[in-house]
Design a protein around this ligand. Structure first.
Ligand code: GDP
Length: 528
């Protein structure tokens, strides 16, 4: 007989740590807000929206800097729901789309994908989903905006299956759409929830059974159509299979309208009922189970703190095993230094509060002065190194040029430090003195420029740099030397002194790859 669960195991089992991925405007902010509301974490609608408004325009970034407290809090939102503890991690989108957006996905155990029912699968969703795929992260799909004239549901499912390569298992099925949207039928509980935009929770009534005469009373002839639809859908679609969902092969699909609160509670219930509690995670030496007594975790994001003069940063650490408590001494494995963490931050939705304890699955914020890097592992002593925290090939490039050449040293120090934080990537071509910055989102350049000026007193300009993409090079020393000799202006060193190929265009990249077939050109690099 297995022994009863320990208090630590019980805490871990009730945790759900997830992020929402979507293309801009699909409704992520609205859905986040409604999830917090259904979770009882916020009292009034509009709190999340207010934050987003200030995040929107790039010129607001400095203002944002002053209010870092707010932006830090909205990065992670923890709230209790039913018997669970939910951690919702924000994935920055729109203009502030950055490597943080991608790396946050390495810190979650599952994700909710929001699809706009009018627009279907869009580019940013595809990019984010590809990152989830690296770890086979389980995905629940929420098809939003059914209150608008949208695409046919069956067509949307088909598009998800073909573009994203996942089976769809509809959990609910919509009744009509746009002006004729009447609600959803739940294929597993055999219940119908009627849509009413005026009702507080978006639903006027829930009835049991497809044969219920009340269905005909409410829907009239639509009831008959629904019965036929449901039969067709049951026959033609995948049945939910927990194992396939947990291995990232199948996505359960819910329909709703976030702005009208409709379908949100079912989604939140699905997050706690279907999605996984924290699982074992890989390190360079062994997998670490979440219920191991000793604490360990890794840093997936660094954020500059309120007062630029103090160069304070907050390192976001995902707890992967054990329990963390305030005042605990933990070891930064990369430097072998013990640090006593007295001022760790937790993220109960709304307020940033000093925390007392955290368990596997939770996120803690550790204030520091630039000594902690993205990818760092912390433990209670063992030399563990969590793997799978990648750097991603940037898509935007700029050459950094300094206005006052006397400050070259500061510029180099500043850029190196900011690159280590993950604010942008730094590349130095072998045959030039250029300092090239790479980013996955444009706002990163603005952040770097602003911080160089305020934290390192370096005034600089960014010039266009003609580069299509970057690829990390892996191969035998002789091959790497050959490509470096041949393409000294294209081959650069990154912040960790690894070889990178900066390709001015697609054709150039293809030619280099054909010429050096034994060298791998990688789109991601593991941080070490
Ligand atoms: P985000 O960019 O993904 O965070 O999207 P937002 O939550 O800001 O939503 C984008 C726009 O879609 C906003 O104008 C929302 O009011 C609107 N929206 C969100 N959910 C719904 C919905 O269920 N129905 C309709 N008609 N509009 C919605």
């Amino acid at each position: 007989m297995s022994s009863p669960a320990t208090p630590l195991q019980l805490e871990i089992k009730r945790r759900r740590t997830f992020a929402i991925i979507s293309h801009p405007d699909a409704g992520k902010t609205t859905l986040t807000e409604k999830l917090l509301w259904f979770g009882g974490a916020i009292q009034v609608a509009g709190e999340v929206r207010g934050r987003k408004a200030s995040r929107h325009a790039t010129s607001d970034w400095m203002e944002l800097e002053k209010q870092r407290g707010i932006s830090v809090t909205s990065s992670v939102m923890q709230f209790p729901y039913r018997e669970h503890m939910v951690n919702l991690l924000d994935t920055p989108g729109h203009d502030d789309f950055s490597e943080d957006t991608y790396r946050t996905l390495t810190a979650v155990d599952s994700a909710v994908m929001v699809i706009d029912a009018v627009n279907g699968v869009e580019t940013q969703t595809i990019k984010l989903l590809n990152v989830c795929r690296m770890r086979d992260t389980p995905i629940i799909t929420f098809i939003n905006k059914l209150d608008r004239e949208s695409r046919e549901p069956i067509e949307l499912l088909d598009e998800i299956e073909t573009t994203l390569g996942m089976e769809c298992a509809p959990m609910t099925w919509p009744i009509g759409m746009g002006k004729g949207f009447r609600g959803v039928y739940n294929l597993y509980t055999d219940t119908i929830s009627f849509f009413d935009p005026r009702a507080e929770k978006g639903t006027s009534e829930v009835i049991q059974g497809l044969d219920n005469p009340r269905l005909d009373e409410v829907l009239g002839h639509v009831a008959g159509e629904l019965r036929i639809d449901v039969e067709l859908v049951r026959g033609a679609s995948h049945t939910f299979d927990a194992e396939r969902y947990l291995s990232g092969k199948q996505t359960p699909v819910y329909f709703g309208s976030a702005i009208n609160n409709f379908g949100v509670q079912s989604l939140l219930d699905a997050v706690v009922d279907l999605s996984p509690a924290p699982l074992a995670r890989n390190t360079a030496t062994r997998p670490v189970p979440p219920d191991e007594n000793k604490f360990s975790g890794f840093v997936f994001k660094i954020q500059a703190n309120m007062d630029p003069k103090h160069r304070d940063r907050i390192a976001f650490l995902r707890v992967c095993s054990g329990r963390f408590e305030r005042g605990m001494k933990i070891k930064q494995v990369s430097t072998n230094k013990q640090i006593a963490v007295n001022n760790a931050i937790t993220f109960m939705a709304q307020d940033r509060t000093t925390m007392d304890e955290a368990y596997s699955g939770d996120i803690i914020g550790i204030p520091n002065h630039g000594t902690i890097k993205v990818g760092d592992t912390f433990s209670e002593g063992e030399n563990l190194k969590y793997t799978g925290i990648p750097s991603f090939a940037p898509e935007f490039f700029r050459r950094a040029r300094i206005k006052n050449p006397m400050k070259m040293k500061q510029l180099q120090i500043g850029l190196k430090q900011l690159a280590e934080e993950g604010a942008a990537q730094l590349f130095r071509p072998l045959l030039s003195n250029d300092l090239i910055l790479g980013a996955v989102g444009m706002l990163q350049f603005e952040v770097v420029s602003h911080r160089l000026e305020h934290e390192y007193s370096v005034d600089m300009v960014f010039e266009p740099y003609d580069c299509y993409t970057a690829r990390w090079l892996r191969g035998k020393d002789a091959d790497l030397k050959a490509i470096a000799d041949k393409y000294g202006f294209n081959v650069a060193l990154d912040g960790a002194d690894e070889y990178v190929y900066l390709a001015p265009n697609r054709v150039n990249l293809q030619m280099a790859q054909e010429r050096y077939p034994d060298i791998e050109f990688l789109e991601t690099r593991e941080l070490n």
